[in-house]
Design a protein around this ligand. Sequence first.
Ligand code: HEM
Length: 413
Amino acid sequence: MATLTNDWPAFLSAEVAADPNAFYRRLRAESPVHWDEGLGGYLLSRHADVGAAYRDPAFSTRNYEERLEPVFGRSLLQMDGSEHSRKRALVTPYFRGKGLTKWEPVIARNIAAILDRSVVSASDALASRFRPGDTVDLLAEFGNYLPVYVITDMLGLPHADYGRFFAWYSAHIDFLGNLARDPRIDARGRAATAELWEYLTPIIAQRRAEPGEDLISALVVAEIDGETLDDIEVCTHVTQILNAGSETTGKALASMFTHLLEQRDLFEAVRDDRSNLTPAISETLRLSPPSQMNGRQTAAEVQIEGVSIPPGSLVMLLMASANRDERRFANPDSFDPSRTDLNHEKAFTASGDHFAFGFGRHFCLGAMLAKSELEQSSSVLLDRFPDMRFAGGRVPTWAGLKMRSVESLQVTL
Ligand code: HEM
C-alpha cells in the first residue's frame, strides 16, 4: 500500500530558520493554510488571507493570555472590544499628532548623544565619538540604543539604567520568540518582569505624588470617561512600550542600511535626495519586517482557502510572507523603494499595504514614533557619514524566525 509522505520541513527546524523566505514562497504556492505539528498550529501565508484574518474578530488575540500575559500583564494586545478601545484611548494621544511632535526634540537629542558617545561614557565622549572612517556595528552601537533612550526619556527613566532595560526587554523578546517553549527561556522572561516591576513600583508612587511631564506621569493621571489606570496597568503599559518599541525599531534601521548599502546607487539616491528616505524605510519594512509573524486564536470555526480551522486553534499570521506575496507585489523579493504597488505614506497607518505594523484593531500604537525615529536618525547618519560602506566589503547575514534582521551591521563610516 502506498504511504503518503509529508515532505514539509518543520516550521521550527534549522532548515526553515536558515531560509524562511524560501519556505514561505512554497507555502504560498502549495499550502496557504498549513498545519505544523511542532508549532501545534496553522500557518497563514498569503497577503489576502493574512489581511482578512487581522480584520476578522473570529481571529482573537486570546493566545496572548498564555504567550504574553506572564511577562507583560494583561496588555492592549490581548484585549478586544470596548475594553481595548477604552484602554488604548488613554495612551493614543502621546503617540500621534501634537503628542508625538513633543518627543521630536527628544529623538534629536538622543541621536546626537549616541553619536557623540556622551551617553555611554561622559569622560571619553570626545575621544571616542563616531567619526568618518571609523568601523562600527551600526546595530549594536547605535540601533540598539536609540529606541531605548527615546522611550526611557519619554517615560522619565534614567539612561544610566540602560543595561538593565536592555537585559529586561531582551528576556521578554526571547520569551515571545520561544515558539518551541523552552522552560528556561520562559523562566528568564518571568524573572525579568518581576525585577522590572519591582524597579517601577516606587517610581510610579513618586509620579502619583508629584506628576511631571513624562509618560509615566501622564499614565497615572490619565482619565477618559472615568477610566483610569492602576499601578499594575501602568507597569503593563511601560513593559509593553519598552519592549514593543525597542528591538523592532533598531532592527528596522539596520535592515534599511543593509539594503541600501547592498545597492550603492540606492544609498546615494537617498543620501542626495531625502524625499527618497520614507520610501526606503517603508520598502524595508515590507521586505524585511523586524517582527515577522503575529499569533491569533480562533474564537469560532473558520474556513480559509477551502480548509476548515476548528475553534481554539493557534493560527500564525506570517506577515513576512504576506509582504512578499507575488499575488500582491511585483518582484516581491527585490528591494525597490520606487515600486508603485506600495503607498509609502500609508505604510505607517492602519490602512497600509503591508503588515509590518500589523493591521486592524491592534495596529501598532508606535508606528508614527518609529517613523520619526527612523527618519531623523537615518538623516543624521547620511549627513555625517556620506561615504558609509560595509566594513571590508562584507555583506551581513540575516538571522531569526519570529524576529528577523541582520545579526550585526559592521560599517566603515
Ligand atoms: C519599526 C518598529 C515597529 C514595528 C515593526 C512594530 C510592529 C508591531 C506589530 C506587528 C504590532 C501588532 C501586533 C499584533 O497585532 O499582534 C504592534 C503593536 C503594538 N506596537 Fe509596535 N512596532 C514598532 C514600533 C513600536 C513603537 C516605537 C512602539 C511604542 C513605543 C510600539 C508599540 C506598540 C503597541 C503598544 C502595540 C499594541 C497595540 C494594540 O494592541 O492595540 N511599537 N507593533
